[in-house]
Design a protein around this ligand. Structure first.
Ligand code: SF4
Length: 398
């Protein structure tokens, strides 16, 4: 951490070929740079043909944004009932434990906070968060994120975990960290010993390219797995870095071989400063089409668009249902084979469906027959409508 590359001058000193290139001062002033010496050592070429270079070296393109990009596209700030904690889904909450990372990824979705001030959670703020969690026992799964929480001292990480564990309704704690990828020597035996005390702890890490799976990063992941921490991986689809079916296949195979479950493959968020990384959604679907059949289900991540305006993660898949009738569903497999799946002869009466009481109706409630429609507010047609006969507003409408 002490030897991170932080300024354009240090960058040029490390990679003399970059001297005389574009002036990065204004980019770094807006979106901080930090590259660990370890991560810098993974570059094979000091130019944009190298995936590691692309992910950590600032580029002037970061300053040219189309108008639809946003500082906070997921609208996390709107879902923060207490500062530093996002509560979006009914049973989950995300704690922003620090704004610091060992390496600032150029594609980061929290570019608005990552590294702008390197601070970590205080006891006072943690207390506010723990009180909120106590008052909302439906939250059973807490994600400790940032920034990168494992850049904090082991004592500081322990302060967070031990306080969260004191909330009786918190069952699972997840840590989101890129430290195994960019600073694997941070995964010390001492850290693993501490984590063991707070199980069940899950860790999601962030490998994007097979070049990041080195003997050091694999050893770091092994230390975590051996400490009983299940590992998942969240990749982001990045133009010129990993937007190739073969690269993602190689990455997923290597992850599973090293006990890391490929969890999500993200479409790049609509965040300012990342336009040069974005790929069409169709590219992700093409990659998913390629993976199915070649890899076991265990090695296939879910491709998701984390929807703007706080819509949450939406899985996007190629279409495997070709057609449906009351008697048969026609499916296709990865080879293009068409298969008819006969439906049960007895009519399904929906007996096993139980109503959900703690959330607003969604598509599931429509399929369960609890609601007949979900009506968007404020459409022109809707405001024009007159109340009509009773049958027009059927019971159960939302
Ligand atoms: S480690 Fe995570 S939070 Fe930090 S810059 Fe990279 S993507 Fe962003």
């Amino acid at each position: 951490m002490a030897n991170r590359i932080r300024t354009p001058q240090q960058l040029a000193n490390t990679f003399p070929r970059l001297a005389g290139g574009p002036d990065l001062t204004s980019v770094v002033a807006k979106y901080p740079m930090a590259i660990t010496p370890y991560y810098a050592s993974l570059m094979r070429r000091a130019d944009s043909s190298d995936p590691i270079f692309q992910m950590c070296v600032p580029r002037v393109q970061e300053l040219t944004d189309p108008p639809f990009l946003m500082a906070d596209p997921l609208e996390e700030c709107h879902d923060m009932p207490v500062p530093g904690m996002v509560h979006r889904y009914p049973d989950r909450a995300l704690v922003i434990a620090t704004t610091m990372c060992s390496t600032y990824c150029r594609h980061c979705t929290r570019k608005r906070i990552a590294g702008t001030r390197e601070t970590s959670i205080t006891k006072r703020r943690l207390e506010q968060i723990a009180n909120y969690l106590t008052e909302h026992p439906q939250i059973s799964d807490v994600i400790v994120s940032g920034g990168d929480p494992l850049t904090m001292s082991t004592e500081h990480v322990e302060m967070v975990l031990s306080r969260l564990r004191q909330v009786p309704s918190v069952q699972i704690i997840r840590i989101g960290t890129r430290v195994p990828v960019v600073l694997p020597m941070r995964i010390t035996d001492e850290l693993c010993q501490m984590l063991r005390k707070y199980h069940p702890i899950w860790i999601n890490t962030h490998f994007n390219h097979p070049q990041e799976l080195t003997p050091e990063s694999i050893a770091a992941c092994n230390r975590l797995s051996d400490a009983g921490v299940p590992l998942g991986n969240q990749s982001v689809l990045l133009r010129g870095v990993n937007d190739s079916p073969q690269i993602i296949e190689k990455l997923c195979r290597a992850l599973v071989r090293n006990r890391i479950r490929p969890y999500y493959l993200y479409q790049c968020d609509l965040v300012r400063g990342v336009e040069h990384f974005r790929t069409p959604v169709s590219r992700g679907m093409e990659i998913m089409e390629y993976l199915r059949g070649r890899l076991s289900g265990l090695a296939i991540p879910t491709f998701v668009v984390d929807a703007p305006h706080g819509g949450g993660k939406i899985p996007v898949l190629p279409t495997y249902v070709v057609s449906q009738s009351p008697t048969h569903t026609v499916l296709r497999n990865y080879e293009g084979m068409l298969i008819a799946y006969p439906e049960p002869q007895q009519r399904f009466d929906g007996a096993c469906r139980t109503p959900q009481e703690d959330s607003a109706p969604g598509v599931w409630e429509l399929t369960a027959g609890q609601y007949s429609r979900i009506q968007p507010e404020k459409t022109i047609r809707h405001s024009r409508r007159r109340p009509c006969c009773a049958s027009d507003e059927s019971v159960g409408d939302f």
